[in-house]
Design a protein around this ligand. Structure first.
Ligand code: GLP
Length: 250
């Protein structure tokens, strides 16, 4: 487990974008596991800048973590739309190399199985994660047990409240999502969890310094052999100084 603390979110995102570029340069057909949410916006902007400077993504495959149940791909707050607007429409990845969950499927079980087959067929080289204020990764919410593979989950009140900022009103936030399971996330060869801002500091602390617990799904990352937490100063504020490699002037 590596913990990198950067002075700013900008430096942190440039660092993660450079790791993605390096993977793309060394692997013929890299598979990226991608997340959504505010944490990833600047990372995707950086990747788009790389593309505008000549970096091709045509050999990349992407697999997204999750999607809201009930939002069609064209809904402004669907994760399909998020990925399209922030990344895919600006890059040269063929559409059939981008995999997302269908939030309006009429057969949820079949959709989960379809996704697990995709994850098996395209083993993820690098999984990008954010973290919820409650310690969730993907939409694996704190509970007495966690599901290993792709599944439907009822969102916690805290997650609904946190994500309400993207919707017209809290009542418009879907109450369920489909998400890759914990085991699927942990199967990625390399995992980078990004967290920025003071409101992530407590979940980062609990993920890193507590016991591995289903009450803090991100704590399961402690069991993975190649995880890096990429933080800004605020997100790292509750960590002891012994814990991290500091890419910082202070
Ligand atoms: C969302 C997503 C996660 C994301 C997390 C943090 O609900 N399901 O994949 O990492 O919560 O989101 P944000 O980056 O907007 O804080």
């Amino acid at each position: 487990m590596k913990i990198y603390r950067f002075d700013t979110e900008h430096l942190a995102t440039v660092y993660v974008a450079a790791i993605i570029e390096s993977l793309m340069a060394t692997k013929a057909n890299p598979v990226l596991g991608l997340a959504t949410g505010a944490t990833t916006v600047n990372l995707y902007r950086q990747l788009v800048e790389f593309h505008q400077q000549g970096l091709s993504f045509s050999h990349v495959t992407t697999v997204n973590l999750d999607e809201y149940v009930g939002l069609p791909a064209g809904h402004p707050q669907s994760y399909h739309q998020f990925m399209h607007c922030h990344l895919f429409e600006h890059l040269d990845i063929p559409a059939d190399q981008t995999f997302l969950l269908n939030g309006v499927t009429t057969d949820v079980a079949a959709e989960c199985e379809r996704y697990d087959r995709i994850i098996s067929s395209y083993p993820i080289d690098l999984q990008i994660l954010g973290i919820g204020r409650n310690g969730h990764i993907g939409f694996n919410e704190p509970d007495i047990s966690l599901k290993t593979l792709t599944h439907v989950i009822t969102l916690s009140p805290d997650t609904i409240a946190a994500n309400a900022r993207f919707f017209s009103e809290p009542k418009a936030v879907p109450t369920q999502a489909i998400t890759m399971g914990i085991q699927s996330i942990l199967q990625a060869k390399v995992i980078i969890l990004m967290a920025f801002g003071r409101n992530k500091a407590h979940s980062v602390k609990r993920a890193l310094s507590g016991e591995v617990s289903t009450r803090v799904p991100a704590s399961f990352l402690q069991m993975h052999p190649n995880v890096t937490f990429v933080l800004d100063k605020e997100a790292a504020i509750e960590l002891g100084t012994e814990t991290f490699f500091q890419l910082s002037r202070s």
